[in-house]
Design a protein around this ligand. Sequence first.
Ligand code: NAP
Length: 289
Amino acid sequence: MTSLSFIGLGTMGYPMAGHLARKGHPVSVFNRTQAKAEAWCREYKGTSSPSPATAARSADVIFTCVGNDQDLREVVLGENGIIHGLKKGAVLVDHSTVSAEVSRELAQILHRQDVFFMDAPVSGGQQGAENGQLSIMCGGDESIFERVKTVMQSYAKAITLMGPVGSGQLTKMVNQICIAGLVQGLSEGLYFAEKAGLDPKKVIDAISQGAASSWQMLNRHKTMIAHQYEHGFAVNWMRKDLSICKEEAERLHIHLPVTELVDSFYAEVQDMGGGRWDTSSLLARLKKT
Ligand code: NAP
């Protein structure tokens, strides 16, 4: 069994670290809000550490799943950050959705200490994390990927090495770009159906086996029709992700017109008080306007 550390026991990290402990790996966890780490230790076999540095000290592989670039820099490079506790030859696997740039920056800094870095953002949401069915997009060396792949299989249904450090994050950006336009399309379809006097549920039954089908349609139409948005992937997180996509597009000198437009729609959903609503709440915006 590999000695592991997990930093960030949020919606995603808590169940992911749980899967690792269930597999029998010794896991040392750190969470900024200590109560969550204590709750985790009551539920799973593992130890709680007072800082990221101490959590990382004896680990062969350290996982992080925090918020944005700034949060990741803080837990890695901060005063009591992971960097102060790493042993030579260890691997840091980052599951947060952050920029490709910060991934490359951290990989370079850690390399000087003979520590390896792999960006490994996930998709599949809370449900995927809880059921151990995440898709993981990785960026890093092949030998490092092979070292950590088996451990990540504890909570994944698909794990793909996309290329060098940063490639995992670039792939996650593609994922979010694809979702943005699609959710707006689905929202417009359901809005149109309602205004045209059709039964939206019957419409979905009729078209969901055809070319218009999507994960969003299959998994979100019921709650959208019921106007329920207090679940799922939060608009605030989506805006963070789309801003990462827009910055990368600028670097690539390309335009993402639909992504930019949908991002501005999400800003309006935030203004409606929907920052924590699921991304399918684009329909709520249409109904309001
Ligand atoms: P979350 O529930 O808000 O949890 C974030 C975790 O990171 C918490 O444990 C938080 O500690 C910790 N954290 C944040 N900033 C920190 C800092 N500066 N220092 C130390 N700890 C810090 O978020 P989540 O939903 O688990 O998402 C985590 C990452 O996965 C994000 O990058 C998100 O975009 C990505 N992701 C999320 C989903 C999803 O469906 N939720 C799906 C795919 C990808 P506290 O408990 O103290 O706040």
